[in-house]
Design a binder for this molecule. Structure first.
Ligand SMILES: C[S@@+](CC[C@H](N)C(=O)[O-])C[C@H]1O[C@@H](n2cnc3c(N)ncnc32)[C@H](O)[C@@H]1O
Length: 262
């Protein structure tokens, strides 16, 4: 059955791969973490929602093989060009993490940098987790990295803009400023985020929105368990500090609760 894609990756957020990499220049704090995960739990790695392959070089440096799956063709094209030095250790596939059937198992399955929050309902999240289970052997580790939502951020007035990021446009060297608003629906747990791109003299030359689900640790516990996983570790940062009330991140290491196989 074909599942309709989440509105997110048919929208502009995941269409312009160069812009995505340029605007996320600051996101480097997870690279060594994923390299360590690949070294510890690999060598055969599957990354779901791999995007432009930002995390792949670090994981490949750990020495194993890497399969990346993403729903955005432009992102995969950029990933392909970045990862060509690793030759046949890399495989990139266009696909939906809710609906994948590779008929093989992996040692480490990773979902990094909030990609799990694109699964907007329990149903979508469970579909994705059951897809993961179907690619697990008994010792497989699933590692998920998402942030812990901050109520102060979620309950801002819907028209209140805050600074989000600044980046240099690689096409022309101009410094682009991005501000954002958000509109949180506590019933669905979905947060509609709008990004406004501005240049001096060209305010809001690009505006678009995308939706992410805000997930708290109790819901993650329930979803992982319902999908058949046992949680082995919960960390609150990339240094593997146990998650607590002060943590900014929720990072899960999970393994199948019962015997599984491809
Ligand atoms: C925040 S980016 C993270 C990309 C990459 N993992 C990184 O760390 O830079 C989210 C990615 O999820 C992908 N994505 C969203 N929903 C997806 C789905 N259902 N199946 C596969 N990829 C999906 C998007 O295309 C995008 O590349």
């Amino acid at each position: 059955m074909m599942i309709p894609p989440p509105d997110d990756f048919s929208g502009p957020i995941y269409r312009d791969a160069q812009r995505y990499d340029a605007e996320h220049w600051w996101k480097t704090d997870d690279i060594m973490f994923w390299q360590r995960m690949a070294g510890r739990y690999g060598p055969k790695v599957l990354e779901l929602a791999c995007g432009t392959g930002r995390l792949a070089p670090g994981m490949l440096e750990a020495g194993g093989s890497y399969t990346g799956v993403d729903a955005s063709q432009p992102f995969l094209q950029l990933a392909q060009s970045k990862l060509s030095p690793w030759g046949n250790k890399v495989r990139l596939l266009h696909g939906d993490m809710r609906d994948l059937a590779l008929k093989e198992t992996f040692d480490l399955i990773g979902i990094g940098f909030n990609a799990f929050l694109h699964l907007l309902t329990d149903e979508d999240a469970l579909r994705a987790l059951r897809t993961v289970i179907s690619h697990c052997h008994p010792e497989t580790r699933l590692v998920i990295d998402i942030f812990i939502p901050d109520p102060i951020f979620l309950y801002r007035p819907v028209d209140q803009r805050v600074d989000s990021m600044t980046y240099v446009d690689p096409k022309n060297g101009e410094t682009v400023k991005v501000t954002e608003t958000n509109d949180y629906n506590p019933e669905s747990g979905q947060n509609k985020i709008t990004w406004y791109y501005s240049l001096p003299g060209k305010p809001d030359f690009l505006v678009y929105d995308f939706t992410m689900r805000m997930l708290y640790p109790d819901t993650m516990d329930r979803l992982l368990s319902e999908a058949g996983f046992r949680i082995e570790a919960k960390w609150g940062d990339y240094e593997e500090t146990p998650m607590d009330a002060e943590s900014a991140l929720q990072i899960y290491v999970a393994t199948p609760a019962q015997a599984v196989g491809a």
